[in-house]
Design a protein around this ligand. Structure first.
Ligand code: BGC
Length: 393
C-alpha cells in the first residue's frame, strides 16, 4: 500500500466556515431511530404525523452506536438541524454491527432514499452497504469516518483528524519538562480509519520528543521498536495500534490500563503522560491511573468534548479534550445532501484516498479545550449549558 494512502491529499481551505444555509429547502425530520425499541416509539410518534414510517424518506442517516455519547450527540444535532426543513430524513443506529448497518441501509433503500449519510462502524466492512446503495443510484456521503476499499462513495464530511492527534500530542509536549517522562500510548479501533489518522498526527509531534529523550514509552514494545522512525507506514502504525488499541471500548481501555500499570515498575510511573484517543476511553484510563499509588500525577488527552469529560476537566480528572463541533459536521452533511437532491454540486475542500479512490471531502477544524478555556469555548458559545455541570464559574 502506498505510504500516502488514506492521507489527506489536498485541502485548499482550512477553517472553512459553513457556507450556505438551508434557506428555502429545509428538511423534515421524520424522527427515525436506530434500535428496534426506538423504532417502535418512533412509529407511534409518526402516527401523529401525516407521514408514516413506511412513506417517503429522502435522506437516510446511519450512525454507529448509541453506546457512545459521541454518536448520541450527533443524533441530537441532526434532529436540531432538521427541525424546520422540508425533506424527510430517518436516522438509524447500527449498534456496532456491520450486519445491522447493512440491514439499516437496505431498510432505507426500501423507503426510496436518494442520499445516504453513513458513519461506518467498520470502515472496510461498510463497503458492502455503500455498494448496495450505489447500485440503487443513491449518493453516498461518508460521515466522520471514511468507508474504505470501495469506489461506492461520493463524498466525505469530516473533522481534521490528523490535527486532532497533533493537538493531543502537542498538549502532552507542552506540559512536559526535563527528560525521561513516562509515556503511555493508547489508540482507537483498527477498523476505524480515523484511529490511524489520529495516531499519525500524534506520532508526528511525539516522535521527535521521544527521540530527544523527553518521553520514554512504557507500554508498547512495538512503538519502542519503531521510535526512531519519523514517519510510519500504515502497516507500522497497525502494529502499534493493535498492541495499544482500546477498540473504542471503555472496558477494554480500563483493563488495558490496569494490565499496563500492573506490569510497570514503580520507576515507570511517577508523573506520567497519557495519549488517550477519545473522551470515553480517557475517563476509563484516567480512573485507573488515578487509583495507582505510584502515579503521582498524570496528564491525559481526549477528544469529543463529551459532557462527562467536561465535568472531568472541571474537576481536574482529565487534562484536555479536542472539541469537534458536531453542529458544523451535521450542517455540512445536510447541506451536501440537499445540494445533491437539488442537482447542485456540493462544495468540497479537498479529498481523501480510501484505498480505492480519492473521495471529495469537506473538512472542519477542531479546537483544544482544557480548564482554562472550557467556559468560553463550550458554555459562552451556547454549545452546552452551565447548569449541566458543577463547579463552573
Ligand atoms: C470519531 C471520534 C470518536 C471515535 C469513537 C472516531 O471515528 O471521530 O469522535 O470518539 O470514533 O467512537
Amino acid at each position: 500500500m502506498k505510504k500516502t494512502l488514506f492521507k489527506l491529499i489536498a485541502f485548499v481551505t482550512v477553517g472553512v466556515m459553513l457556507l450556505g444555509t438551508l434557506v428555502g429547502c429545509g428538511s423534515k425530520d421524520t424522527d427515525g431511530n436506530g434500535d428496534s425499541s426506538a423504532q417502535t416509539e418512533n412509529a407511534l410518534e409518526k402516527s401523529d404525523d401525516s407521514q408514516s414510517s413506511s412513506s417517503r424518506v429522502d435522506i437516510g442517516v446511519v450512525l454507529p452506536t448509541k453506546d457512545e455519547p459521541r454518536w448520541v450527540q450527533d443524533e441530537t444535532r441532526f434532529k436540531e438541524a432538521l427541525k424546520d426543513t422540508d425533506y424527510y430524513v430517518e436516522i438509524l443506529f447500527s449498534q456496532g454491527s456491520p450486519a445491522k448497518e447493512k440491514e439499516n441501509v437496505e431498510a432505507l433503500l426500501a423507503k426510496g432514499i436518494k442520499v445516504l449519510i453513513i458513519c461506518p462502524h467498520d470502515g472496510s466492512a461498510a463497503a458492502a452497504a455503500a455498494e448496495a446503495a450505489k447500485k440503487e443510484g443513491v449518493t453516498v456521503i461518508s460521515y466522520d469516518r471514511l468507508i474504505t476499499d470501495t469506489d461506492a462513495i461520493d463524498y466525505y464530511v469530516t473533522f481534521d483528524s490528523v490535527a486532532v492527534g497533533m493537538a493531543q500530542a502537542q498538549y502532552l509536549v507542552d506540559k512536559a519538562s526535563g527528560s525521561g517522562n513516562p509515556l503511555y500510548l493508547y489508540a482507537g479501533a483498527a477498523s476505524d480509519n480515523n484511529a490511524f489518522l489520529f495516531f499519525e498526527g500524534a506520532w508526528k509531534v511525539l516522535q521527535p520528543k521521544i527521540a530527544d529523550g523527553t518521553f520514554v514509552i512504557k507500554n508498547s514494545s512495538e512503538a519502542v521498536a519503531l521510535q526512531d522512525k519519523e514517519e510510519l507506514t500504515r502497516e507500522e502504525m497497525s502494529k502499534i495500534i493493535s498492541q495499544v488499541t482500546t477498540n473504542w471500548d471503555f472496558n477494554e481501555a480500563k483493563s488495558k490500563a490496569e494490565a499496563h500499570l500492573t506490569a510497570a515498575k514503580k520507576e515507570d510511573k511517577g508523573d506520567v503522560f497519557i495519549l488517550a484517543p477519545n473522551d470515553g476511553t480517557a475517563r476509563s484510563i484516567a480512573d485507573v491511573f488515578a487509583m495507582d499509588k505510584d502515579v503521582t500525577s498524570y496528564v491525559i488527552t481526549g477528544q469529543d468534548a463529551e459532557k462527562a469529560s467536561i465535568q472531568y476537566i472541571i474537576d481536574g480528572k482529565q487534562s484536555m479534550t479536542v472539541f469537534k463541533d458536531v453542529r458544523t459536521l451535521v450542517k455540512d452533511a445536510i447541506d451536501m445532501a440537499i445540494n445533491v437532491l437539488q442537482d447542485k454540486t456540493p462544495e468540497t475542500t479537498g479529498s481523501y484516498n480510501n484505498g480505492e479512490i480519492d473521495v471529495k471531502a469537506k473538512q472542519t477544524e477542531v479546537i483544544v479545550v482544557d480548564k482554562e478555556n472550557v467556559k468560553s469555548v463550550l458554555i459562552d458559545s451556547g454549545y452546552y449549558d452551565a447548569s449541566e455541570f458543577t463547579g463552573i464559574e
